[in-house]
Design a protein around this ligand. Structure first.
Ligand SMILES: [Zn+2]
Ligand SMILES: [Zn+2]
Length: 291
């Protein structure tokens, strides 16, 4: 039994390493690395041409730190082990279910639906689960210590999207795995949904004043998300506007809040200026709090 898990672990490391090499060597339309690079350059270009905070520099505070977070959270963390460990965990979970004679936990026949409707359902369901997890990250004092890394951004720009503690990937993926698996969605499906989510997430954090007109009640946007990062609101209310790709949940559940233009509001949390400033000290910071 242990050998089986070890083999999955080793195969996954190899598999991911080969995958990463292929990603870098062979650009294609089904390639995360070049999509991430292209979307980053496009949104950065838009920030330069149409800046909301005109006095903010093109290479803002922590630009390179956030660029490193982007590479780390998207590729290196997976390379180091997340991909391998999650494969083992998935196998262990399925084996555990087999003990009770459960071969799969799929409760619907979603695969028979037209593909476009599967995509839309997946996008909405996953986003709603993530909205709840995001609220949990704010409510739970322990989880907040991890989420503080994301809220330590003081000058907002597209790359801040990926400034988050690797533990967030573990929390999000673990909590959403079971409900998504129950409706027949696996971990690796839906490339296009990931790309759309990255594009919206980049824009949410960008220095651009864009709201998509009436679609602002469905899609999150930078004018709304900046208030999520408001120093004052984070400290006083545990936050507002928890949406990731979609804003609709905040409107439905009354956590949407845009009192005025958030162009120049202070970002962060109490004593953010004393928060560690570099990658390694930020990553170990939550563990210092005795978790
Ligand atoms: Zn947050
Ligand atoms: Zn954010």
């Amino acid at each position: 039994m242990a050998e089986k898990y070890l083999r999955i672990l080793v195969d996954s490391f190899h598999g991911y390493w080969n995958y990463l090499q292929n990603e870098l060597l062979y650009p294609s339309f089904h390639n995360y690395f070049y999509w991430l690079l292209a979307l980053s350059l496009i949104v950065w270009f838009l920030e330069i041409v149409f800046p909301w905070r005109t006095e903010q520099s093109i290479v803002r505070k922590d630009f390179w730190l956030d660029g490193f977070y982007m590479l780390f959270n998207f590729f290196i963390f997976s390379l180091i082990g997340f991909y391998a460990i999650s494969n083992v965990a998935t196998q262990a979970f399925n084996d555990f279910l087999l003990l009770f004679g459960i071969e799969n936990i799929v409760v619907t026949n979603i695969q028979r639906w037209p593909v476009w409707s599967q995509y839309i359902l997946m996008f909405f369901v996953a986003d709603f689960i993530q909205w709840n997890i995001h609220r949990l990250l704010h409510k739970s004092p322990r989880l907040w210590e991890f989420h503080k890394v994301h809220h330590s951004v003081e000058e907002m720009g597209f790359a801040a999207h990926f400034r988050f503690h690797w533990m967030e990937s573990v929390i999000y993926k673990t909590i959403q795995y079971i409900p998504l698996a129950m409706i027949g969605f696996g971990l690796k499906d839906f490339f296009i949904i990931h790309i759309v989510a990255i594009a919206i997430g980049h824009l949410n954090h960008s220095n651009i004043q864009i709201t998509y007109g009436p679609l602002k009640y469905i899609f999150n946007n930078p004018v709304m998300h900046i208030w999520h990062h408001s120093k004052e609101l984070v400290d006083k209310t545990h936050g507002v506007n928890f949406g990731l790709s979609l804003s609709i949940w905040d409107y439905i559940f009354k956590t949407a809040y845009i009192p005025k233009s958030g162009r120049d509001i202070k970002l962060g949390f109490e004593k953010v200026e004393r928060y560690p400033q570099n990658f390694f000290s930020q990553v170990i910071q939550p563990f210092k709090k005795g978790i």
